[in-house]
Design a protein around this ligand. Structure first.
Ligand SMILES: Nc1ncnc2c1ncn2[C@@H]1O[C@H](COP(=O)(O)OP(=O)(O)OP(=O)(O)O)[C@@H](O)[C@H]1O
Length: 628
């Protein structure tokens, strides 16, 4: 220990001497460094080599250079910070900033708005996407290219592409004479395994009005771009609403119901949407529920789809039979609905593990089977809203099977009109088993209007036939063709249909070549349906529809099955009428066989209810309207 102290003392005294000699000489000489010498003489060799290395690096002359470097670096860093401080202060003072998250619809409005900016089409650094943001109208249409053979695949040539901002790149635009910058950032979300985007815009203005104008413009651009589309939303397992599809609106004319039903429903929904203040003044929750019940394949889902389109509302599908859904999640879902929307609960009876599904029996299985048959017969070109829900409803959540949703009846009741239930939404619920629904579920406030859908009436059969072959015509304004002539043709005594087909290009495989114009086109006295080369005068279809309706038994077949039958004769209405009797006999045999096996009650059972479609308005609702 004492030798260690001695060593240190020696080092310090020699360092002192060396410093004094440096002060006397005035400069660091190139002569051997006395400090290093002192250290090397007193320290063990390894340590002394390190010390000498250290002193050679930090020798007196290089220290000055280091200090200079430090000063220059510090100066530039200060300048940089100052610049950014001034820049951000100016930006904060003179710019307005807004950010849009991709989980919010406003993000889509902005993207659609951006795609409409002329300057945007000229940008040279973009990301390409086929995302249409729920619209029919993205920025760039992929051009037809005969050389590559793309023209043969219409679906490919009409695929639309959108330019979207590249991530983390800033773009500049002029908006109403103001400088505007746009940046999109992309973040990966581990939970969803999908990316979340944020769009940030800053405009050189302090005027909030300009931002509001931009938002309104963006929203208008989005609505205009949506044109004939409506968005379908479903909830994911985290109970967040996601847009899963964008579907073409379905014309209300394409749904054939007994007279007055469509108009009544549409008027009621319109009246509701316009009555917010009326509800508020009276303290009545601003919600409206419709229960559509009855035969499978009678047009319940199609009507909802069509009405949502007419009202320009998106459809939010609530699958209460979804695996893992419980009361709390259902309540969250309902609370998170937007203010104006159509909430759709299909097969509302089918989901409960207790309560309503207690009596799941063979009869239920029969109805499911009938439904499947009807669906198989009636492909659905326009809608697939149904498919989603059907998958769920087919889960067959028998009590105690340990799978399926855990929603209870009271959970559903609370979700529908509990304290947190969303205001302004229109709820459509469908069921094939009206009688099994709990009265509490059907009471006014939850289901205000009950509409029964029955099997096809003769009136509906006639309407379906007409709109199937001439969807755009107003038949009331057209004279019928001579009935005797048509009857002769039906008996095969004349061959007019064959002649017509011979030059129509119809092939027996059933494939039809699309007509060049997108909408209807008139060829002389004949009218051609889009998507088909079939040519029949409206007058003749009117007469044939009469014969078709005469042959269809009242309230025995579903509209879906009739549609399925007509699909076999897409361009042969005469054959459709000719062969109808034979087909009905076959259907009856199949139904009888099913019944024999105890499995054919579905269609028939509903048909016994009577000839008219019924609309029941719950008492309190009627009173409300009368009082209004
Ligand atoms: N009244 C109708 N008018 C026109 N088409 C109809 C009608 N009813 C059913 N269809 C056709 O039948 C198919 C099935 O109809 P939809 O899904 O609307 O029936 P649904 O009553 O909802 O059946 P489910 O109760 O089995 O869900 C659709 O393709 C639709 O075009």
């Amino acid at each position: 220990m004492s030798s260690y102290h001695q060593h240190l003392q020696t080092i310090f005294s020699r360092l002192q001497n060396a410093t004094q000699s440096f002060e006397t000489n005035g400069t660091a000489s190139s002569a051997p460094n006395p400090i290093v010498d002192a250290a090397s003489q007193t320290l063990p060799p390894e340590l002394s080599s390190m010390v000498s290395l250290f002193f050679s690096v930090v020798s007196i002359s290089s220290l000055g250079d280091w200090l200079k470097l430090l000063f220059i670096g510090g100066f530039f860093e200060t300048c940089r910070r100052l610049f950014f401080w001034i820049y951000s202060s100016v930006t904060e003072r003179f710019y307005m900033k807004a950010s849009f998250d991709s989980s919010d619809p406003s993000y889509e409005w902005m993207m659609v708005w951006l795609s409409k900016q002329p300057a945007w089409a000229k940008t040279r650094d973009v990301e390409i996407s086929t995302e249409t943001y729920g619209t029919n109208n993205a920025a760039v249409l992929l051009e037809d290219d005969d050389d590559t053979g793309l023209a043969r695949f219409d679906y490919k040539t009409t695929r639309k592409l959108t330019y979207i901002p590249s991530p983390s790149k800033t773009y500049t635009l002029w908006y109403r004479g103001r400088y505007m910058s746009i940046t999109r950032t992309k973040e990966r979300e581990v939970r969803y395994r999908e990316t979340e985007n944020t769009l940030c815009i800053s405009i050189f203005t302090r005027d909030h009005k300009l931002l509001r104008q931009l938002l309104q413009e963006a929203r208008r651009a989005y609505i205009a771009a949506q044109e004939s589309a409506l968005s379908i939303w479903t909830a994911d397992t985290y109970n967040d609403w996601n847009r899963v599809a964008s579907r073409a609106k379905r014309s209300l004319n394409s749904i054939v119901l007994d007279p007055g039903v469509k108009d009544m429903l549409l008027d009621d929904a319109r009246d509701f949407l316009a009555s917010k203040q009326w509800y508020n003044e009276r303290g009545i929750p601003f919600r409206r529920g419709y229960l559509l019940y009855g035969a499978p394949g009678s047009g319940k889902t199609s009507l909802i789809h069509s009405i949502a389109g007419e009202l320009e509302l998106d459809i939010y599908i609530i699958s209460i039979s979804r695996i893992g859904l419980d009361d709390a999640s259902l309540s969250t879902l309902v609370n998170c609905l937007p203010e104006r929307c159509v909430a759709l609960m299909e097969d509302i009876d089918a989901a409960f593990t207790n309560g309503l599904s207690r009596d799941f029996d063979e009869e239920d299985e029969d109805e499911a089977a009938v439904k499947k048959i009807n669906e198989a017969q009636a492909p659905e070109p326009a809608i697939d809203v149904n498919q989603n829900a059907n998958v769920n409803s087919n889960n067959g959540n028998k009590p105690g099977n340990g799978t399926g949703s855990r929603v209870t009846l009271s959970g559903l009741l609370n979700a529908l009109d509990g304290i947190g239930a969303q205001e302004g939404r229109i709820l459509f619920a469908t069921t094939n088993k009206y009688a099994s629904l709990d009265p509490a579920l059907c009471r006014p406030g939850r289901m205000d209007l009950h509409i029964e859908f029955k099997l096809a009436s003769k009136y509906q059969a006639r309407g379906l036939f007409r709109q199937f072959y001439h969807p755009y015509e107003k038949f009331d304004e057209v004279m019928e063709e001579d009935e005797d002539e048509v009857d002769e043709e039906l008996k095969g005594e004349k061959t007019k249909e064959k002649e017509e087909h011979s030059d129509s290009g119809y092939s027996s495989s059933g494939a039809s070549t699309p007509v060049s114009e997108s909408s209807k086109a008139t060829l002389g006295s004949r009218v051609v349906s889009p998507g088909s080369k079939m040519e029949f005068s409206v007058r003749r279809i009117k007469t044939l529809s009469k014969r078709f309706a005469e042959a269809v038994p009242d309230r025995e077949l579903s509209m879906a099955s009739l549609q399925g039958y007509l699909m076999m004769y897409k361009t042969k209405p005469l054959d459709a009428v000719r062969n109808l009797g034979e087909w009905i006999e076959k259907e009856r045999k199949v139904a009888a066989q099913r019944k024999k096996k105890g499995r054919g009650k579905g269609d028939k059972k509903v048909s016994e209810d009577g000839p008219k479609m019924e609309v029941k308005e719950v008492e309190s609702t009627k009173e409300k309207k009368e009082g209004k």
